[in-house]
Design a binder for this molecule. Structure first.
Ligand code: SF4
Length: 734
């Protein structure tokens, strides 16, 4: 390898370690060695040092130890006389640089005011958002596991023009990649260029501005490290597994845009440790042989027009795109895009105009594949700022199509339409709401393109069951209201079908093993009265998913002999779970939180856990970042309960399950809930009122504590004692 490039990387690492030492010295002088150090809302401490070295740094003093580790790794600068080109030294320098980055970045979080906005997306005043918290990590990390996002591009520096920055960002988004941005050069950065062009930045659009400092690049590697710890089963300190997981599973690369100085060379060297190559547009020395990365390590100079495709080729990424023939960019990266009122050309349905979306099954001879009808005005007929009704009616025909599949396909309308750049979609059924931006309109996006999208995507993703698809778009009030009534009758029939179903009424449940990619022994058993713990799959969905993909993760499982009706235990279910949990789980009770409860993977909506002294349980939703009466925040609880193990006293579950008759029915049911985080309690208010009514507990909802009145178990006990909560009079929970 080139001596020049090794020298630059090693020199850059020396500069960064020296800077970290100086900043740490100053911070200790000002705040004292015990001053707290943490990235916001995470159980992974400072993730690179936690994952690579197993360090749980929580104070400035802890950073001192990390600094020593960085110094140990620093190789001497190559001399003019003697130098044997050696990749190992460069890699060590890269890792030392990442440790130094992490020291510098964590010190920033001790400053007042904070240089970062703690949020998922920037706001008007703040561009940089720093390290991702655990909520973002879990939501987004799973996309790397299930393949929705094949990887990320860590973009350092800036492009020669704003147009080029937009072009590269769009190209990466269209390939479903996340774009992590850091390291301004001479005050210029790609993130600032995108903002100047009015591009929406943040986790929602996969364009994430970490920070303008070169050291903020470590947040990309921190994210990768947490993915290995969270989803790859790596233990803190098991650096081999962390790095191998990233090399094999996270398809990431660095795009070095513009001048590459010593510190950026050091970041590139750090990324190579993870198997992430660097592609530069300027003429820097290359490292072409493979070894750590699958293919080359550093490739340059690559023209900006070709840099994305070259990076994808070098990293060996397989990207599948279903091309949707519409005049705006299309891909999951645009799903989180919001269209502000001032950027909108037209609004359809929503609160002010009627709307609906409906998908139904037709006979083969009733559907003309690809036919799209528009009944009412087209976008070009409307003034800017218009608000009009919207009905979307989809007819699907197919030999394998069944009415059971209709809600599953219909639910996809939201995702499918939302993937169009410049189109915002919310809600479903008769609460749909769409906005189309001025930009999309200027590119000739029209209402008919809703049909184009649905036709392409239903064929692309449900080709097995859908042979023909036709779409009618209604934009006049009369038809929308008439057809909405028809759709509403069908929505009700569908709801009644599942609402009336009980576990006793069926002889087959459905499994889901989708989450085994990151929790290898986890099996969800989905029953009519207990949905999958992520909330995305109910029993009918499991049934339909099996028909759509008979060898997929949702399999029918006969219940077999009843072993315990009260706790929800059946012989054949036990056998299935045993085999499919790789023989780690012999007994499974569907309705108990105490005895052999269901395992939890990691993507549960809620966690419920025992509060022994209250004779009840607490339930917390995943977005709640505060402390819970269990003494743990959600992120710590998730680490304890998740991973595919049985944790008596705790279960992960969907929100919907709280309203089920079978919610921990072995222990007396939802009457046991003594604490909920406030937002969850408010959202579940109608369900809790229903439970109170059924159980004959007056004002049940107000007997449940939340964080505004209690955050310790003792405080919960005090609160519920005053309120005479029914759990106190129930038999001992264990
Ligand atoms: S939580 Fe359960 S139902 Fe949801 S995807 Fe994972 S395994 Fe499937």
């Amino acid at each position: 390898m080139s001596k020049l490039i090794a020298t630059k990387a090693i020199r850059g690492a020396h500069t960064l370690v020296k800077r970290a030492e100086e900043e740490l010295r100053l911070a200790i002088q000002q705040k004292g060695p015990a001053a707290k150090v943490e990235f916001p809302n995470t159980g992974y401490y400072l993730p690179v040092s936690h994952g690579i070295l197993g360090m749980d740094i929580q104070s400035l003093e802890g950073l001192q130890e990390l600094l020593e580790e960085a110094k140990k790794l620093l190789p001497p600068l190559p001399t003019d006389k003697l130098w044997i080109p050696y990749l190992g030294n460069t890699l060590d320098a890269g890792m030392a640089a990442l440790f130094a980055d992490e020291i510098i970045e964590s010190i920033k979080y001790t400053q007042d005011p904070l240089p970062y906005l703690i949020a998922a997306n920037p706001d008007e005043e703040h561009l940089w958002i720093g390290a991702a918290d655990d909520i973002i990590m879990r939501e987004r990390g799973i996309e790397f596991v299930d393949g929705t996002a094949p990887g990320f591009a860590a973009c350092v520096g800036y492009c020669p023009t704003n147009e080029m920055a937009v072009k590269i960002a769009r190209e990466l988004q269209e390939k479903n990649l996340y774009v992590f941005m850091s390291a301004a050069t001479d005050g210029k950065s790609m993130a600032q260029q995108l903002r100047e062009e009015g591009i929406q930045l943040g986790w929602d659009t996969r364009l994430v501005p970490f920070g303008d400092d070169v050291t903020a690049t470590v947040h990309s590697l921190g994210f990768a490290t947490r993915a290995a710890l969270s989803f790859g089963g790596a233990q803190p300190g098991d650096y081999q597994r962390v790095l191998r997981y990233n090399k094999n599973r996270i398809f990431a690369f660095v795009l070095a845009l513009g001048p590459v100085d010593d510190e950026k060379h050091a970041q590139a060297a750090g990324a190579i440790n993870f198997g992430f190559p660097t592609i530069a547009d300027t003429d820097i020395d290359q490292i072409l042989p493979s070894g750590i990365c699958t293919y080359e390590h550093i490739v340059s100079p690559v023209p900006l027009e070709k840099i994305v495709s070259k990076a994808i080729e070098v990293r060996g990424l397989k990207i599948t795109i279903t091309k949707v023939p519409i005049p705006v960019a299309y891909g999951p990266a645009f799903q989180g895009e919001r269209i502000r009122k001032e950027d909108m050309h037209v609004e359809l349905a929503g609160q002010l105009q009627p709307g609906f979306e409906f998908l139904t099954t037709k006979n083969m001879n009733e559907v003309e594949d690809g036919k799209i009808d528009l009944i009412g005005p087209e976008i070009n007929d409307l003034e800017e700022g218009a608000q009009i009704p919207l009905g979307i009616w989809v007819d699907v025909a197919g030999r394998e199509m069944q009415s059971d599949f209709e809600p599953i396909l219909e639910r996809q309308i939201h995702d499918f339409i939302n993937c169009a750049n410049g189109v915002f979609h919310m809600g479903q059924r008769d609460i749909n709401w769409v906005r189309i931006s001025k930009e999309a309109k200027s590119k000739d996006f029209s209402f008919r393109h809703f049909g184009t999208i649905l036709h392409a995507k239903i064929h692309g993703e449900f080709g097995k069951i859908a042979d023909k698809v036709q779409v009618k778009i209604y934009t006049q009030e009369k038809e929308v209201i008439e057809l909405r009534d028809i759709a509403r009758n069908v929505y009700k029939l569908r709801d009644d079908r599942l609402a009336d179903m009980t576990d006793e009424a069926v002889d087959t449940f459905y499994s889901c093993t989708l989450c085994q990619s990151f929790a290898p022994n986890h099996v969800c058993i989905i029953t009519p009265e207990r949905s999958g713990l992520c909330g995305a799959y109910n029993w009918l969905d499991g049934k339909a998913a099996f028909r759509i993909n008979p060898t997929g993760p949702n399999q029918p499982v006969k219940k077999g002999k009843v072993l315990d009706a009260e706790k929800g235990q059946w012989q054949d279910i036990n056998d299935f779970v045993f085999q499919n949990s790789h023989k780690t789980l012999e007994i499974f009770n569907a309705y108990s939180i105490i005895e052999y409860p269901m395992t939890s993977c990691g993507c549960f909506e809620c966690i419920s856990g025992l509060l022994p002294s209250t004779n009840g349980i607490m339930s917390v939703y995943r977005d709640y970042t505060g402390m819970t009466p269990s003494g743990m925040k959600f992120s710590t609880l998730a680490g304890t309960v998740g991973g595919g193990v049985q944790t008596p006293g705790f279960i992960g579950h969907s929100k919907h399950y709280i309203g089920s008759q079978k919610f921990i029915s072995a222990e007396g049911g939802a009457k046991r809930i003594v604490w909920m985080n406030k937002a969850l309690k408010e959202e579940m208010a109608p369900v809790l009122e229903g439970i109170g009514k059924k159980e004959g507990v007056e004002d049940f909802i107000h007997k449940i504590a939340d964080e505004t009145v209690a955050i310790t178990e003792e405080e919960v006990l005090e609160f519920i004692s005053k309120k005479n909560h029914p759990a106190l009079a129930m038999p001992p929970i264990f």
